[in-house]
Design a protein around this ligand. Structure first.
Ligand SMILES: *Cc1c(COP(=O)(O)O)cnc(C)c1O
Length: 353
């Protein structure tokens, strides 16, 4: 079979990981492919990628690790903060709770996730406090960590003030704060703030920074802002099957993403495509934005017949969150395809009839 036999289908927005590899990550991978190099992260690309993170976060003593995917990054990061009898507070809609098949509990040998009901997917200091102080007896797993998703699974962005308020509550309660940043770049592009301001300067202890949805083939970085917390983390990664032997191919793409600012440009583009769709369909009867569009996600509620008709137009989308259509945009989203989607949605509203 010729290698180019799989003709790509017209672009879809069902998920931001439908996208291919962005040119910057691709070029860095190719550059890293020159000859032989030490394995297991002893290579110059891995050192350079870790330095690029330390520069970007203005944190020379940050400890940086690379994992294959976000589930592993989150699960190992949380496990590193917990004993098996501890618990982790998260929003009910958090990926760690709904989409990781119990990996955080598995890799922590049983640390329990405590889900907080939330209005909009965002944890609040009050919700954290209620869960953290509800029980203090020996029969309940001791609360140890709070994890937030930035941006949330439905595309809302915690403001810096909200993160600071959460971390203040955490400090007060003796809890650590972890951030699931599978789409961290989109949050930075949305707020226009320095990565440091959204993380360690706001009291975040540990960040999982997503590369896959940002334009890489695979790979998430785990950043410890307190190097003491990173002790033995390398062993944890190895034991979990997350230590790449040819590490340079996991780390070099980060060099391509970070050094020239592609990570932020691509996220800005993805966010702009989400706004483009949201604005184009904002006034349509029969379609309703389910959540504020603050990052690269648009969720549209409509009756089941209209959703089916949109599928019949050839569009793919998921409805697993709240029953509406989810559209996610990425570095390669074509504005003309966004407009085509908006036109089809428009044709399925009463205004068109
Ligand atoms: C995609 C995603 C992850 C990582 O998922 P993997 O499929 O394991 O890479 C983690 N958290 C959130 C919020 C995500 O959207």
């Amino acid at each position: 079979m010729p290698l180019d036999d799989q003709t790509p289908t017209p672009q879809q927005f069902a998920s931001d990981n439908y996208a291919g590899i962005c040119p910057e990550a691709w070029a860095a991978t190719q550059a890293a492919n020159a000859g032989s190099m030490p394995a297991y992260g002893e290579d110059p690309w891995t050192a350079r990628a870790a330095d690029a993170f330390r520069d970007l976060f203005d944190k020379p003593d940050a400890q940086v690790f690379f994992a294959f995917n976000g589930t592993a990054a989150n699960a190992l990061a949380l496990a590193s903060l917990c004993q098996s009898y501890h618990s982790v507070i998260c929003a009910a809609s958090a990926h760690v709770e709904t989409d990781e098949c119990g990996a955080p509990e598995f890799f922590s040998n049983g640390s329990k996730l405590l889900v907080a009901p939330t209005e909009n997917g965002k944890l609040t200091p009050a919700a954290v406090r209620a869960l953290a102080t509800g029980r203090s007896d020996i029969h309940f797993p001791k609360v140890r960590v709070v994890t937030i998703t930035q941006p949330t699974e439905t595309g809302q962005v915690y403001t810096l003030a909200e993160i600071r308020a959460l971390s203040a509550a955490c400090r007060d309660l003796g809890l650590r704060l972890h951030m699931d940043g599978a789409r961290f770049a989109n949050a930075c592009a949305s707020l226009g703030c320095a990565p440091a301001d959204m993380t360690w300067r706001a009291g975040v202890d540990l960040l999982c920074f997503g590369g896959t949805k940002n334009g890489m083939a695979a790979g998430e970085a785990i950043l410890f802002f307190d190097p003491v917390l990173a002790e033995d983390f390398g062993y944890r990664c190895k034991q979990a099957g997350q230590l790449a032997s040819k590490m340079r191919f996991l780390s070099a793409p980060w060099v391509g993403m970070l050094e020239g600012g592609a990570w932020l440009r691509h996220a800005g583009h993805a966010n702009a495509c989400a706004r483009r769709l949201a604005e184009a369909v904002a006034d349509l009867p029969d379609w309703r934005a389910m959540f504020p569009v603050e990052a690269n996600a648009v969720f549209l509620a409509a009756d089941p017949e209209r959703l089916e008709a949109l599928r019949a137009c050839g569009w793919r989308f998921y409805t697993f969150i709240g029953g509406g259509a989810r559209f996610m945009f990425a570095w390669d989203s074509d504005p003309a395809r966004v407009d085509a989607l908006a036109r089809d949605i428009g044709s399925l509203s009463r205004r068109a009839a």
